[in-house]
Design a protein around this ligand. Structure first.
Ligand code: TYD
Length: 133
C-alpha cells in the first residue's frame, strides 16, 4: 500500500540540529493537537484502531518503533527511527505501534481535538466499513 513518508529539512550547524514543523506547509493539515508517547513498557502494542476523520503525522523524535498500517485490503510495516522523518496516517487506516525501543519518544501531530467517537476500535467493523460491506 502507498506510504506517505515526510522528510523534514534539518537546520544544522556546529551547535546541533533543529527541525521546524508548520501546519499546511511541511505538515499537510492544520494541527489541532499534539501528544507524545514515551516511557514505553516492554513489548506493548499501542493503537489498534482507525479513525473516521482524524489525520496524524507520527515522528519518532528519539529511539525507534514499528508502525503497522492496514487499509483493510493490505498492510505494511514502517520502522520509524529518525527525527527527520514523519509518517502520515490518513483517516480509515488501521494502525498498530509496537517494538518501541526503551528510549522511544513518538511525537504525534493530529488534525482534530481528542474525540473518542472518532475511533473505530473493532478490526472487523473497520474492514466492513472500508470494504463497503
Ligand atoms: P490510547 O487511545 O489508549 O492510546 P494509543 O492509541 O496510543 O494506544 O490513549 C491512552 C489514554 O490517553 C486514554 O485514556 C485516552 C487518553 N488520551 C487523551 O486524553 N487525549 C489524547 O489526545 C489521546 C490520544 C489519548
Amino acid at each position: 500500500m502507498e506510504l506517505n513518508k515526510l522528510i523534514f529539512k534539518i537546520n544544522g550547524d556546529e551547535r546541533g540540529s533543529l527541525i521546524a514543523l508548520e501546519q499546511n506547509k511541511n505538515i499537510p493539515f492544520s494541527i489541532k493537537r499534539v501528544y507524545y508517547i514515551f516511557d514505553n513498557k516492554n513489548s506493548v502494542v499501542r493503537g489498534c484502531h482507525a479513525h473516521k476523520k482524524l489525520k496524524q503525522v507520527l515522528i519518532c523524535v528519539n529511539g525507534s518503533c514499528n508502525i503497522k498500517m492496514d487499509n483493510g485490503f493490505e498492510s505494511t510495516i514502517v520502522k520509524l527511527d529518525s527525527p527527520s522523518e514523519g509518517l502520515l496516517i490518513d483517516s480509515f487506516i488501521w494502525r498498530e505501534m509496537y517494538d518501541f525501543s526503551f528510549d522511544a519518544v513518538l511525537l504525534v501531530l493530529a488534525s482534530e481535538l481528542y474525540d473518542p467517537s472518532d475511533y473505530i476500535r473493532d478490526y472487523n467493523e473497520f474492514k466492513e466499513i472500508v470494504r463497503g460491506e
